[in-house]
Design a protein around this ligand. Structure first.
Ligand SMILES: [Mn+2]
Length: 284
């Protein structure tokens, strides 16, 4: 039969799980969003948008079709039970890491990065987390809650130490957040990040609101004054010398994305991240 079909997976991520080197996991956590909920719909919206893209990246001269990637679908999460949901996410990561796969997480709200990083510290010594985000997400607590998308990087810094977190692109935060982030040493620049992360395993977490709301309006907490798509790609290119061991892209909120433009931006960004950081470069 010589017919072609799209599927419900991310673009070209249909390799058998057992033989895959990288795994895409939807992580539709949607509990602590403070402004515009809807992140539970994001992983599938990103998958659907991805089929509008080419598998080939002219920038990198690499093609998703050459890679061994399996999109396993979305984790079933008990929305309404935050701590339970975080445990389920960490448990899924335990399984993926036990199978030695390169994890690619589609959020979900930003809090998913906390259980992911917790699990990664069990597998990677000396881990560095790089955050690309409009917001510091560095509150001690938010509305009395220590676990929130507004506190996630503070919790990660509590675990790793602020010097092992590099926050890039931050253009919003309270005075107290910015003060704490500065005091803990997590606010960073590209050059500083490259120095600190050199030779170490890196987990990259990308909040889509890094992009300007004109480019990606469909996010939980849009923040004017953001980067263009090309500026984000340029930033990611600058990080290419680093040894990235996994990444997430979080905070897309499809109910606020009626034209799919934010989901398209997310999907293209993910394609570029995969092609840039895929663990086996031998075929390229
Ligand atoms: Mn964030």
């Amino acid at each position: 039969m010589d017919l072609q079909f799209t599927s419900r997976t991310f673009l070209a991520a249909d390799f058998p799980y057992d033989e895959s080197l990288a795994v895409i996991i939807g992580c539709p956590l949607d509990i602590s969003s403070s402004f515009r909920p809807g992140t539970r719909f994001a992983p599938q919206a990103i998958r659907d948008a991805s089929w509008g893209l080419e598998t080939y990246s002219p920038r990198l001269d690499r093609d998703l079709e050459d890679l061994k990637i399996c999109d396993v679908g979305d984790i079933s999460l008990p929305q309404g039970n935050l701590e339970g949901a975080l445990e389920v996410i960490q448990g899924s990561m335990t399984a993926i890491m036990g199978d030695q796969k390169f994890p690619i997480l589609l959020g979900g709200e930003h809090l998913i990065s906390l259980p992911i990083v917790k699990e990664l510290t069990r597998h990677h010594h000396n881990l560095v987390v790089i955050q690309l985000d409009a917001h510091a997400d560095f509150r001690q607590e938010y509305l009395g809650e220590p676990l929130s998308h507004a506190t996630v990087m503070r919790r990660i810094a509590d675990i790793l130490g602020g010097e092992n977190v590099c926050q890039l692109g931050i253009r919003s935060g309270t005075r107290e957040e910015m003060r704490s982030a500065r005091a803990m040493g997590s606010l960073s620049e590209v050059g500083e990040t490259l120095r600190r992360a050199a030779g170490r395993p890196v987990y990259l977490t990308v909040d889509l609101d890094l992009l300007d709301p004109g480019i990606a309006p469909g996010v939980g907490t849009p923040e004017p004054g953001g980067l263009t798509f090309d500026e984000v790609i340029s930033l990611i290119s600058q990080l290419s010398p680093l040894h990235v061991v996994g990444f997430d892209v979080v905070e897309l909120s499809p109910p606020y994305d009626p034209t799919q433009q934010s989901a398209m931006a997310a999907a293209k960004l993910i394609r570029e991240l995969i092609l840039q950081f895929y663990p086996d470069k031998s075929h390229q």
